[in-house]
Design a protein. Structure first.
Length: 135
């Protein structure tokens, strides 16, 4: 079973669920809130999902070829077999969650299609959409 992990981009750096300890819903059950052990005692969230400075991303449950955890919003390089025995290198492709297939995908073409984990090999995290603007 995969661990359910999250990270939050606060505009400057990532806070990881291991550091945050708790991720829960607000009193209306509408928005995610992030808490540390101390802040939950005082019911004072570190951040709310609806705030511009908190973008929550989920861990895919997979690691790259260097054993680095892959989160949605990461940029990855990988190889995929386009045609029989014809491999193509994909560079700086975003990892994103597709609600229609209920799975994480790599890259996009025609604005809606991507590769599944089983369609690629040699996955390597090279950055993320926030810190790697120049990639």
């Amino acid at each position: 079973m995969n661990n359910l992990k999250f990270r939050c981009w606060n505009g400057e750096s990532f806070l990881y669920s291991d550091d945050l300890t708790y991720i829960g819903l607000d009193s209306k059950g509408e928005n995610f809130q992030l808490f540390s052990k101390l802040s939950i005692f005082f019911n004072f969230p570190l951040a709310n999902k609806n705030e511009e400075n908190c973008i929550i991303q989920q861990y895919t449950g997979r690691t790259d070829k260097n054993s680095k955890e892959i989160f949605e919003g990461d940029l990855v390089n990988f190889r995929t077999e386009r045609y029989e025995h014809e491999w193509e290198e994909e560079i700086n492709q975003e990892v994103w969650y597709d609600e229609e297939s209920a799975s994480f995908l790599f890259g996009k073409w025609e604005g809606k299609y991507g590769y599944h984990f089983y369609e690629v090999e040699g996955i390597e995290v090279v950055g993320n959409i926030f810190e790697s603007q120049k990639l």
